[in-house]
Design a protein around this ligand. Sequence first.
Ligand code: C2E
Ligand code: CA
Ligand code: CA
Ligand code: CA
Length: 275
Amino acid sequence: ESKKEKNKYTIFEDSVKDIYIKKLLMEYELKSSLKNNEMYMMYQPQIDINGNLYGVEALVRWENKNLGFVSPDKFIEIAEATGFMKKLGDFIINTSLKEICEIQKLCNKKFQLSINISVKQFIEKDFNTELLNMIKKSGFDIKNVTLEITENVCIEDIDYIINLLKEFKQHSIKISLDDFGTGYSSLSLLKKLPIDELKIDKSFVDDILVNSSSKKMIENIISIGKNLDLVILAEGIEELEQKNLLESYGTTLFQGYYYSKPLKKDELLKFINKK
Ligand code: C2E
Ligand code: CA
Ligand code: CA
Ligand code: CA
């Protein structure tokens, strides 16, 4: 074995070990994150065709003393794998209902609150009654609640999921399908699931101006969504040209840095009052 190869091997071993230790530390710190008030919510505005506020998407944030800011993409996965998602999910639902309720009172406006629901929360026993109770307790208007689910709910019993969604719809809760087209989904899924809104993933929006096959695909997805009477919301809008193109295909709701980054509660209130 040459010296060069040995070095390469050592570097590889270290980085795997580092990742492993970081993950263990994350698991460990996650357990006490709620108790230590390290979690909080941010809200990203969703804008309609006339430039008015339609709603906000609630996005969770974690800042830990040893780890700094950890991306939700990372810690949600760990929360799901370690059985922590129920607790974290309850925090996310309760906090965003409470904070957006307060903001709506302060600015005297109603708008939609969109909450990301992990499949682990969704299939939890009694999720339906618990969610309805949390909404009732908060005083937030149930008609303004949207649940964002992803196509991976369909690795679970699809009939169970469909019944749950139907029950929510009976209570005037809206259902949005997030990240569509990035997973295992099929078009037949779109027809089967009782959803109201289709969220065009940022990864498609990202290269819509430069990649003609992305552009064609998005155009087709939007037209299928519209044929199924779904409202089309595009996320990750960073440039006006992206919005214009997506609007010409039939998108009516827009979210992204072009309008606003996710905002803390007080910043959101300022954003609304400036509009
Ligand atoms: P997502 O649900 O697809 O959320 C959209 C992500 O894109 C958010 O990242 C948002 O900050 C980011 N984003 C929106 N517009 C733009 C843009 O114009 N440019 C760029 N560069 N980024 C944009 P974030 O907050 O880091 O969340 C990442 C993912 O973590 C989310 O993807 C979602 O899957 C998960 N997540 C975040 N908060 C929650 C939560 O409260 N519950 C659950 N279950 N998952 C969450
Ligand atoms: Ca989402
Ligand atoms: Ca998404
Ligand atoms: Ca995502």
